[in-house]
Design a protein around this ligand. Sequence first.
Ligand code: NAP
Length: 293
Amino acid sequence: MNNPILIDGKVIAQTIKEEIKSEVAQLLDSGKRPPHLVAVIVGNDGASLSYVKSKEKQSQEVGFTSSVYKFPESISEKEFLETLDFLNNDSEVDGYIVQLPLPKHINTKKVIAHVDPKKDVDGFHPANAGRMLLSMPSYLPATPYGIVTLIERMGIETSGKNCVVLGRSDIVGTPMAVLMSRKGMDCTVTLCHSKTANLKDVCKNADILIAAIGKPHFVTEDMVKEGAVVIDVGIHRIEDNSEKGYYVTGDVDYNKVAPHCSYITPVPGGVGPMTIVSLLTNTLKAYKHEIYE
Ligand code: NAP
């Protein structure tokens, strides 16, 4: 049994935001314009609108110019792609994100491929995914980037460790596995999915366990090695009798798992706050042309 160290994503995210804010202030002092991040949203999905609102608010907090392009659900794919052309060609837009999911009649993969890779601050474009695979400079997808940053800023040793990633989605699990195996992180990585055999045994072998499967409390104490680092990516709203009517939890059964960990992220307040901060970091990189000359 351990007394785990809490990985406080809120505090680390706030520190990074302060760093970005002071860099933006210096840019403004030297007479330059601020970085400009645009969020594009289609339809009225409550969760998507609230994510976009939070991105807008946090962009403004660090001194960025922030714009939201909102379109009705009825927009055709052709019209939508034309809007992206406009953003691709606007020299005063440094980066933009297309809030997912999109309505069914708009092909998400086509949309992602239509974003100028130089402005793809979500890091979803095939060019950026390919560059990441080849260890070339690229925009890293925000959530995995945020997790790598948490691990680095906490000074957690990764070299030679067994890392198990639960979930192989394009935006979380797969890039996470790539990043943990890259030079610098140097983990030996196992990427698990719904067809993985003997999942409990595989997880039990993890020095670092990253859960991104989208199932509340899936990771239980019998899946966790004594002293492991556990990173919980999951976000779930579970209805209850509280005033709010729900509580937020993750893919890990925190209360049972935490006593067996050396480090653990809480939900909320672990990985979540890092995702938007990584987007801000990518936007600053886009503004400075750090990834593409
Ligand atoms: P996703 O696209 O639904 O992918 C889930 C993955 O988990 C799939 O690869 C699936 O395998 C695997 N899986 C499902 N059931 C499994 C099982 N019983 N055993 C082993 N693997 C299983 O999810 P996602 O978009 O990566 O998101 C995962 C979670 O992270 C969600 O709760 C989401 O809300 C959260 N999230 C949080 C943030 C943040 O900022 N904190 C950002 C993004 C996502 P198959 O491929 O075989 O189907």
